[in-house]
Design a binder for this molecule. Sequence first.
Ligand code: NA7
Length: 549
Amino acid sequence: MSQEHHLDALVVGTGFAGIYALYSLRKKGLNTKAIDRAGDIGGTWYWNRYPGALSDTWSHLYRYSFDRELLENYPLSRKYLTQPEVLEYLRHVVEKYDLRKHMQFDTAMTGAKWDDRTRTWAVRCKTGDVFHVKYLVMAVGLLHTPNTPDIPGIQTFQGEAVHTASWPVELSISNRRVGVIGTSSTGIQVVTAIAPKVKSLHVFVRRPQYTVPSGDQPWTPEELSHIRKSYPQMWSDAFASAIGMGFPEPARKFLSLSPADRSRILEDLWQGGSGLRFMFGGFADLVIDEAANEEVCQFLRGKIAGIVRDPQKRAVLTPKELYARRPLCDGGFYEAFNRENVFAVDVQKHPITEVTRTGIRTADGEHYELDVIVFATGFDAMDGSYAGMTIEGRGGGQNQDLYTQWRRDGPATYLGMFVAGFPNLFLLNGPNTAFANVPPLTETNVDFLVDIICRAEEIAAGTGRPCKIEPTPKAQQEWTGIARAMVESTLFAKVPSWIVGKNVPGKLEYSPLFLGGLGRFRSILAEEKERGYQGFVGPLGGAKTQAHL
Ligand code: NA7
């Protein structure tokens, strides 16, 4: 039943970020509730239920760090967590802290409007519910809105067409003719998982990527005991590191070593597993030095040549581009193409021209008969997560709608969390946040947010008026400029992908991530707090104009 609700804070989303935000704000005594458009908690891990879905971050650091008891006692079995395991973990956290009673599901936010007189947000939902809150916390995820290419004829397909981010649990692929479009993080997981089960599998490959072995295996009892004992140190190392994934990030430069040493280290990295470790755990400059990167590409192309036996499939799967996208790892992707029922279709050479009633046609006239088409085609990332919501800040009107502004000018934020003109609106892991392991990044965001809200509450108690938390336009412009410029100094800028804002046709091409590292990001946040929130207007920070007092 729809209602008017009056709360201190509303959290939108109940994934990793939403759960921790709800927990943290309630702990500070703020009357807070969380809503989710889904039927249950989990966010990314609720929606992405496709076969083979796995977190490719090591399992012992793909969790919250704030609860030592949870770290030590929640079971860990393998190096990586499957989607059901991540969901189970999040459910456990929610039960442990009795948070479910503060959550409302099947409740999609459609818009929010700031009232500058009462200094509150009115948040509207599809259910008819309206939440009147001082603080609006968006925890909608980095990868939320599916990107489905607009291929002619898609509506006419008489089989089943699914995007991996909304996989129907009842969908059976056993012994059916399946086509998968996309061979990035998601595509390689689906392909590897379903290859032995389907009748035939056509994989439509546009720009193939490099993937290395995941090295997934059970933790040994010795490893587990070491992990449990070393957690405090491991977390402090992860929080101080660039990407927070739990492996050392050496400062050595690739070309400073002898060719023999370079090959030996690359081989060790390949054997040890993990795409993130392969890219960031061996050398400091693989995504900066083009000559180093090209040598690594040759190493990886050699590995592909050693695994994929069929020359046609090998040619389609071998990348020509630099190794400069979100790194991938797999549990037997290239090996899957040695099966007789798995085919590689080169849609760079012959693009998909249409989906027919019974399959997919490519530009060379070939028609592939299919029962199921799987779109593993990724997401309208970061700012794309805000599509379908009208968020109106100070001043109101069309010009003030956040998503419209972002689509016109590119997503601008301060510290990936705050937006000028939108007081008391907080984005967790929003555009221009740091590129890093999501749970520690999330804790970093939420902890900063809780501190600034507590400060605002103190000010409000003193003045008798709710306090606005809003960045200065200058601080926002500078931060956004830093994030956008940073990518240009890396090879990521040379290879289109979602992490540099180049994967959705027609979208403005702005890097939506700060590539300066988690440790640096945390230092910047700590400094902001120490300086007394100088990047903010009003009593919180520097510019004390009458309008903000
Ligand atoms: P990604 O990494 O954005 O990859 C999308 C894939 O879909 C990629 O292989 C694309 O090929 C392919 N794609 C997209 N549109 C088309 C069309 N029209 N035709 C053919 N192929 C297409 O999404 P993922 O879901 O795999 O991963 C997203 C993140 O989730 C990942 O980085 C992890 O953080 C978890 P392209 O390479 O553009 O030629």
